[in-house]
Write a protein that binds this ligand. Sequence first.
Ligand SMILES: Nc1ncnc2c1ncn2[C@@H]1O[C@H](COP(=O)(O)OP(=O)(O)OP(=O)(O)O)[C@@H](O)[C@H]1O
Ligand SMILES: [Mg+2]
Length: 456
Amino acid sequence: MATRGAILLVDDEERILKTLSRALRDDGHEVVVTDNGKSALALLGERDFDLLVVDNRMPGLSGLELIRKLVNPSSEGDADRPEIVMMTAHATVESAIEAMKLGASDYLQKPFDVDELLVVAQRALVHRRLRTEHRYLLSEQKTQFNDYGIVGTSSVIRELIEKLGRVAQSKSTVLITGETGTGKELAARAIHDRSAERGMPLIKVNCAAIPETLLESELFGHVKGAFTNATANKKGKFSLAHGSSIFLDEIGLMGLPLQSKLLRVLQEREFEPLGSESTEQVDVRIIAATNRDLRKMMTSGEFHEDLYYRLSVIPIEIPPLRERRQDIPCLVEHFIDKHRRRAGKNIDGVSEEALVLLSAYDWRGNVRELENTIERAVVLAEESVIDVAAITLPADAIAAPGGLPSPRLHDNVEWAERESIRRALDAARGVKKTAAESLGISQRALSYYLKKFDFD
Ligand SMILES: Nc1ncnc2c1ncn2[C@@H]1O[C@H](COP(=O)(O)OP(=O)(O)OP(=O)(O)O)[C@@H](O)[C@H]1O
Ligand SMILES: [Mg+2]
């Protein structure tokens, strides 16, 4: 499929602008034209172009000078610059070569056929796309090396990252627990990606997504004729994970009979596929995750005690986001960066008020909910700074017990002040000096708040 793009065409001859722009438009491109280098530079500063087609000889700023300004490596956004194709008359082929040295991807020698232009433009646009993709992959890789995409500055998260690195060196079974959206799968991948088996795929099974009756065959495979629809032998995920790791997600949803079979794999490292008489041996590391309280399930008989202990050789608990609010600002920054690139929007960050709101919210859906909120805000934002108005939080969640009392920032700030003071006074049994100290404010400031909120 042909690649279409936004093209800026610069030439001082009106006749040429007309012919070339028509041909390019007919070929499906968006074309903006201008007849001088100066206004071209202004246009390039205003919006993104994929390709610049520029004549060299123009009064004022020449094509070559324009290119020099555009590719200046010290100028910001050089990486984002469009591809460049220079048009030149026979007598000035040297400047075309100069342009290529500066980074232009091609040149056209006047007079040329419009078809020639279309081919050259097409090639440049493909190059531009590859360049963008390459840059994206590099930045992805950077985040991979950088703590495997786990963002956070709280001591809990720094310790978690370090622990994941240590665990990766072993082949021990890991049990990752935490509320929904806390990053359990991210942690599982981090372990695998740092392990000696990282060259092999991490085999994933989501126990919640597969009905119990099919889960057994999914995990252990089956032989032809094992059940009605088993028309051929099928390898299970455990066989596929041989020599690597298997990620058993939502393990809390696995039924008791299957739990027993899994226990045997953990104890003996062997199993039989459904309907098969022969036993398979596997060498596999197991990483399990759940948002359920397995201990509770154990007491109520819903989860095998033996399996629980076999799984939690190395327990990793990821605390909910509201217990590590310190991570919120850098997560916000991380997700803005991710989604502004996806949405192709120019967003610099969040306002201070918006950050206060985001930091105070309860995030029952944890990091996933925060990411979705930021993605929505990036899409909705009308300015380059995300403000409170662009942040939509479910009203009922805000009113929920333990959550903020109001969607309005001002009300919440007052509420937080009043709550902090009430708690400090409670803890200090009414001794103002102690309360003020624990709040980190002066006694005079405390008196001010006591009056403001009508405390006795
Ligand atoms: N510390 C973090 N840094 C960056 N991204 C994170 C972090 N924690 C979670 N995420 C992102 O949040 C989303 C949810 O994370 P993940 O799927 O790992 O959660 P989970 O605990 O497995 O949730 P669930 O229990 O609902 O399956 C993912 O897009 C993940 O990349
Ligand atoms: Mg998950």
